[in-house]
Design a protein around this ligand. Structure first.
Ligand code: NAD
Ligand code: TYD
Length: 355
């Protein structure tokens, strides 16, 4: 048996592929365009493992997809491939429209053509799992209830609008063509192999490099953090047991203000790798210009996944962030490779002289 994963050289897809090769004996074909966010170093442990087949390519390339689907006959497709960073979507939304919307459309069409011709049993067992985000629901006030699957879609950034559009396409391909889809909408992830443009890895690496820790606005924006391996276990559960056409919110009931997240990282670094000058890492915190249209609060109501499919996260924020900080302290080669070249161009563009 085989599954096809897209975007499996990125942060969450990479963790998913690594875990899959431990938990399962099924082959995983990994289609990834290797944008700035795709990194084969993440998968270096699978280099001589025949269970993992890496293919460099675009989810928008229907001919390539048709060839891969015919060749490997997957029983499922798990779609992680996307442009994923809100700040980049503000600087340049075009790639987000291209990959997240047009790319998902082309992928759906290629998968539909393949699925239509499957014989009855395989057709009934086939799954298309679309990995999406809580950001499609927009923003919450401090007193609103967490996002349930029934919330209206109210995306606010080019990133979340493009993901919302992709979710709608997936839903429509189920209702119109009967494609057997399930969608997951997850809150903010953190953990190993996270590209350091996102808050948690950026703060860890800037702290260690003696650089400013940039806090947008007042730092009181709230995110609901989930350890990436817990997201991967939720995806495996939904793939195995999720009801067709349904969406499942994934989260760890762990809302934190950004400033508290940064303080927690600083405290761990003070313990695990104290500054040579004896000062505390929090002294590096710097308030910078806020993100335009910055969503104030995200929070996930994960009861449907818990009650229907019995899924629960294994990590608390305390255990997950400790593992994460330790991983960054131990992973010099991975960090050296991702922070060269184009990464520096990005940080100059985004933070200018501020961080
Ligand atoms: P990422 O940016 O780290 O990785 C994306 C991967 O997709 C990269 O390997 C990139 O090379 C690949 N890719 C980009 N465009 C492609 C294309 N056209 N064809 C093939 N491959 C392409 O993203 P991530 O954080 O791992 O997120 C994965 C998915 O999970 C995304 O769909 C994202 O919207 C969703 N998600 C992310 C989070 C989070 O906190 N990071 C939370 C919820 C949902
Ligand atoms: P991010 O990791 O970009 O995820 P998202 O925007 O998808 O939630 O940002 C998490 C939060 O941290 C968000 O409220 C923006 C904030 N943030 C900063 O304060 N400083 C930074 O340098 C970055 C990258 C993010």
């Amino acid at each position: 048996m085989t599954i096809l994963v897209t975007g499996g050289a990125g942060f969450i897809g990479g963790n998913f592929v690594l875990d899959w090769c431990v938990d399962s004996t099924e082959t995983v074909v990994n289609l990834d365009k290797l944008t700035y966010a795709g990194n084969l170093d993440t998968l270096s442990g699978l280099q001589n493992n025949p269970q993992h087949v890496f293919v460099k390519g675009d989810i928008g390339d229907k001919a390539l997809l048709a060839k891969l689907l015919a060749q490997y006959q997957p029983r499922a497709v798990v779609n992680f491939a996307a442009e994923s960073h809100v700040d980049r979507s503000i600087h340049g939304p075009g790639d987000f429209i291209e990959t997240n919307i047009v790319g998902t459309f082309n992928l759906l069409e290629a998968v539909r053509a393949y699925w239509t011709d499957l014989e009855a049993t395989k057709k009934a067992e086939f799954r298309f799992l679309h990995v999406s985000t809580d950001e499609v629901y927009g923003t919450l006030s401090g007193t609103d209830e967490p996002f349930a699957e029934t919330n209206r879609y109210e995306p606010n950034s080019p990133y979340s609008a493009s993901k919302a559009a992709s979710d709608h396409l997936v839903r429509a391909w189920h209702h119109t063509y009967g494609l057997p889809v399930v969608t997951t909408n997850c809150s903010n992830n953190y953990g190993p192999y996270h590209f350091p443009e996102k808050l948690i890895p950026l703060v860890i690496l800037n702290a260690l490099a003696g650089k400013p820790l940039p806090i947008y606005g007042d730092g009181q924006q709230i995110r609901d953090w989930l350890y990436v391996k817990d997201h991967c276990s939720a995806i495996r559960r939904v793939l195995a047991q999720g009801r067709l056409g349904e969406t499942y919110n994934v989260g760890g009931w762990n809302e934190m203000a950004n400033l508290d997240v940064v303080h927690a990282i600083c405290a761990l670094l003070d313990e695990l790798k104290p500054r040579a000058d004896g000062a505390k890492y929090v002294e590096q915190i710097t308030y910078v210009t806020d993100r335009p249209g910055h969503d104030r609060r995200y929070a996930i109501d994960a009861r449907k996944l818990e009650q229907e499919l019995g899924w629960k996260p294994a990590e608390t924020f305390e255990s997950g962030i400790r593992k994460t900080v330790q991983w960054y302290l131990d992973s010099h080669d991975w960090i050296a490779n991702v922070t060269s070249g184009s990464y520096r161009e990005w940080t100059d563009k985004q933070y200018g002289g501020q961080a």
